[in-house]
Design a protein around this ligand. Structure first.
Ligand code: TRP
Length: 480
């Protein structure tokens, strides 16, 4: 049965997980959120959550996948049965499916922008362009719903095709080339950005930590980003973990994923902000940041059109290896639960997500001005979708941490972790107490402050729900 397949090589899980983790989150979202939130303080919270909360939850999530060897929803159902805990823990699976569906919807629209820029680069349309021309070309793209919809459809269609045909598991060879190539070209971009831009200003901006600079919602965004960039808290890693061989080291794998992922984000950030400060652009430009800065560097480089073309193709590759990890868990669930054929399951998920993606498309044009949406939620539709994922992913991660920390037995964890007792204790302390407390702290601090009426309400329901689930679980545990 497909649920019991194991990756072909021992290192493949790592490769697939890095493929999932490294994507638009590092190259597009990290720099733009950092810029909007004033730099260093944002990075500090982001890095702290990656290492104190992200890595332990990453280990927990792989563990649940490898222990159940099923898709997230069915896996959680299996684990709640075998551990005689409340079925409420299946929320992890459902919440994950909801996050995947929402993330894919806007992820694909943004990846569509990269598709557009691949074309612009390869045709040399931006050769020698100055900052204003580059910015104007980006604005023109955003103003066109048909063009954005076309690119969105192409990207999501390509991802669906890969998962639907089941070739995503064979993608390891592609990733072996793609990831190092992306790294090399990012370094080239960094060197050029340093030459034509202001690297010192970029470094000061990124690494001056003044926590007082960070707005309350910035805290939520920083935590959300650390989950987003690690593909954490929604079952993607669990779904991949289900195929991971039993003897690969969890701890080392989790560290490797986090380190590579963070390194890519930092290099992209340095390159982009060196250009921003060199050309006098606005760091708080927003979602377009990467698309108005990097083409500028390529416009000045010798052979920039070609290098730029290659760069955006690699960005697309990194984005596709992430988007397939958004489709896989939901599709696997539909197959297991409703006996759908794989192509049908993938189509169902992707068509729904595509439709939701139109909201993001319109956020940049038809619905860019004040609409009912802005009045109700205090932000654009795209902003709302991002905010929801900033809540859902940490919440999912918190539940994963609690379940792995409290429900799995000592023996099960040791069988998975294969470390000594000290590391086991450190990890268990982190997932039992620190990670859930950190997530709860940020939620309690920030959600009530979020602008707009409906979100604080949703946030309150979510927090109460989480505590209720925890209590039921403890009660049942004592009863059994
Ligand atoms: N981590 C990816 C990125 O940074 C995005 C992503 C892929 C993701 N799969 C995910 C985010 C699952 C959250 C959950 O581009």
């Amino acid at each position: 049965m497909s649920t019991h397949n194991v990756w072909t090589h021992k290192g493949t899980f790592l490769l697939a997980a890095v493929g999932s983790a490294v994507g638009l989150g590092n190259l597009w979202r990290f720099p733009y959120l950092t810029g909007e939130n004033g730099g260093g303080a944002f990075i500090l919270i982001y890095a702290l959550t990656i290492f104190a909360v992200g890595i332990p939850i990453l280990i927990a999530e792989i563990m649940l996948g490898r222990n159940s060897r099923r898709s997230p929803i069915m896996g959680m159902r299996f684990l709640t049965r075998t551990h005689k805990t409340s079925r409420g823990w299946e929320t992890i699976g459902w919440l994950g499916a909801a996050s995947a569906f929402i993330i894919l919807s806007f992820y694909s629209v943004i990846a569509g922008w990269a598709l557009h820029y691949t074309g612009l680069m390869l045709t040399g349309s931006l050769d020698g362009a100055d900052a204003e021309t580059v910015a104007a070309s980006f604005d023109a793209l955003l103003a066109s719903p048909p063009l954005l919809t076309l690119y969105h459809s192409l990207f999501i269609g390509a991802s669906a095709l890969i998962v639907g045909l089941g070739i995503h598991r064979g993608i390891e060879n592609g990733l072996r080339v793609l990831m190092p190539a992306l790294f090399v070209i990012l370094m080239v971009v960094l060197v050029y950005s340093a030459a034509i831009g202001d690297l010192a200003a970029a470094a000061t901006f990124l690494f001056t930590f003044n926590v007082a600079d960070l707005s309350l919602e910035g805290w939520l965004q920083a935590m959300g980003q650390s989950f987003f960039t690690l593909s954490l808290g929604m079952g993607a890693i669990m779904a991949y973990g289900a195929y991971m061989s039993s003897d690969a080291s969890l701890t080392r794998t989790a560290f490797a994923i986090a380190v590579v992922d963070t390194a890519v984000a930092m290099i992209a950030g340095l390159a982009i902000f060196a250009l921003v400060f060199g050309a006098g652009l606005d760091p708080g430009e927003g979602p377009g940041l990467m698309f108005v800065t990097l083409p500028l560097a390529f416009a000045e480089m010798p052979a920039g059109a070609l290098l730029g073309g290659i760069f955006f193709i690699l960005v697309l590759g990194a984005a596709i290896s992430s988007s397939i990890s958004l489709i896989e868990p939901v599709a696997a669930f539909l197959v297991e639960r409703f006996d759908l054929e794989r192509p049908q399951a993938v189509s169902a998920m992707v068509i729904a997500s595509w439709a939701l993606g139109l909201l993001t498309v319109f956020s940049f044009n038809l619905m860019a001005e004040e609409t009912l949406f802005h009045t109700l939620f205090g932000r654009s539709a795209f902003g709302l979708l991002e905010l929801l994922t900033n809540i859902f992913m940490p919440l999912g991660g918190m539940l994963i941490a609690l379940f792995a920390g409290w429900a799995l037995t000592h023996g099960e964890v040791m069988k998975e972790m294969r470390t000594n007792e000290t590391w086991f204790r450190v990890w268990r302390f982190l997932v039992r107490f620190i990670a859930p407390a950190a997530v709860a702290f940020v939620f309690l601090r920030t959600i009530p402050q979020v602008e707009g009426y409906l979100l604080p309400a949703i946030g309150a329901v979510v927090i109460v729900g989480a505590f209720a689930a925890g209590r039921t679980f403890l009660a049942e545990r004592q009863g059994s």
